[in-house]
Design a protein around this ligand. Structure first.
Ligand code: T46
Length: 181
């Protein structure tokens, strides 16, 4: 696997080595030893999540705060999403800055979303199976987030507004400014 830095400190783009033959393809979606060696990070992922979304479904921008903050290693098992990491670390020089990349079942790319980052994605394929590893357990009371279309984030979600499908919760998330205050 190769590991590429992004403009946001700690947010890494990970490209696994894919073996293809006449039957199809194979790759190690996670190897603890290789991950530690290539990233230099000593993380212990303790919860795996999976969500299935239809085209236009936009989940985010979410994070857990404080002692329950999570590092996430995210990927697409099937389909395609635009995945977005938002630096919400209040003392970071890149606070409010975003990094977006296409994750799909062709490139098999993964994104490492550090603690303190907001995370969201929009589903671009008819359906998408999204899987990710977390280094801290779900803790509802620690959930926070920022509204997906905050103008100061300037995220191009690629689909027209009328195609977007959001949860009630996500439609009521605060602005970046409110999150920061
Ligand atoms: C995240 C989570 C949720 N749940 C329950 C809570 C709700 O009853 C139901 C759906 O939760 P929610 O609507 O928050 O799911 P998503 O919108 O996919 O949330 C995720 O979306 C973005 C992209 C993220 O990065 C986060 O991991 C996570 O916030 O699953 C659990 O039981 N455990 C969990 O770890």
């Amino acid at each position: 696997m190769t590991v590429e830095k992004t403009p946001l400190e700690g947010c890494l783009l990970i490209k696994p080595r894919v073996f293809k033959d006449e039957r199809g393809s194979f790759f190690e979606s996670y190897n603890h030893q290789v991950f530690q060696k290539e990233t230099g990070l000593h993380l212990e992922f303790i919860q795996d999540n999976q969500s299935i979304s239809q085209r236009g479904a936009l989940r985010g921008i979410h994070l857990q705060t404080g002692a329950h903050a999570q590092t996430k290693l995210v990927r697409v098992v099937q389909g395609e999403v635009l995945d977005v990491a938002v630096d919400l670390r209040k003392k970071s020089p890149t606070f409010g800055k975003t990094y977006a990349t296409i994750l799909n079942d062709e490139n098999n790319h993964q994104l490492l979303i550090p603690k303190g980052f907001g995370h969201g994605f929009i589903t671009l394929s008819n359906n998408a199976i999204f899987a990710y590893k977390c280094d801290n357990y779900y803790h509802k009371a620690s959930e926070a987030g920022v509204i997906y279309n905050d103008p100061s984030l300037n995220i191009d979600w690629m689909l027209p507004k009328e195609e977007l499908i959001l949860s009630e919760k996500d439609q009521e998330l605060p602005s970046l400014e409110k999150f920061r205050s």
